[in-house]
Ligand binder design. Structure first.
Ligand code: G3P
Length: 214
């Protein structure tokens, strides 16, 4: 499973990208707004830091607005992906954009039918929201399993980006159920490779080594 970073903080992206385990980045208007910087500048900068796909979301609500924004954003970098909300207008936009070879990530997916509809419209990626589904008491892992089964059964090329990841159990849960990608906030990302017993073990080794060297 690929790890994407769900942030627009370029310092964190640079820091974590150096580990060689960041396969891409996703953003949304909320995430971009936290940085207090110009949208285009931030996306272009992120696209130069990571080699993998970088999702940038449109803010228009009609198909015409989304298509126009997408065509513009797609010129910013070779690895930029256009994030489109899962609406009727969004599907119509994805249908047009896929025919122009503009890659899309359809976001805010909460049901199998939404996921399948996005795939059929031509989405490159679909983003089911794990945490928000659990917030309303729905089995988010069943959605991941079902979408993966459908993609494999019919031979679709779309990939599942498990989004709204809130902690390590979500990352491990979606990995076990066949998500192609988990997009992970930077605060959770640091937990992927750390454990208190690792730190404790290193401290013990250092203490014993210092005593031995005396
Ligand atoms: O990837 C989507 C994410 O940014 C939303 O997360 O925790 O607000 O549901 P959350």
């Amino acid at each position: 499973m690929k790890y994407f970073l769900d942030t627009a903080n370029v310092d964190e992206i640079r820091r974590l990208n150096a580990l060689g385990i960041v396969d891409g980045v996703t953003t949304n208007p909320t995430i971009i707004s936290r940085e207090g910087r110009d949208f285009e500048t931030v996306i272009k900068e992120i696209c130069t830091i990571v080699n993998g796909p970088v999702s940038a979301e449109v803010t228009g609500l009609t198909r015409e607005e989304m298509i126009e924004e997408a065509r513009n954003i797609s010129k910013w970098a070779d690895n930029v992906i256009i994030k489109i909300p899962m609406t009727e207008e969004g599907l119509a936009a994805v249908n047009v954009l896929s025919k122009e070879n503009i890659k899309t990530n359809v976001t805010l997916i909460f049901t199998v039918s939404q996921g399948l509809s996005a795939i059929k419209a031509g989405a490159t990626y679909i983003s089911p929201f794990i945490g928000r589904l659990e917030d309303i008491g729905t089995d988010a892992y069943a959605l991941i399993e079902d979408l993966r089964h459908i993609i494999d059964f019919y031979g679709y090329n779309a990939e599942i980006i498990a989004a709204s990841i809130r902690g390590l159990p979500h990352v491990e849960g979606v990995a076990k159920r066949g998500a192609h990608i988990a997009t992970i906030p930077d605060t959770v990302f640091a937990k992927l490779f750390s454990h208190p017993l690792t730190d404790q073990g290193i401290a013990t080794f250092m203490k014993d080594w210092a005593a031995f060297k005396k």
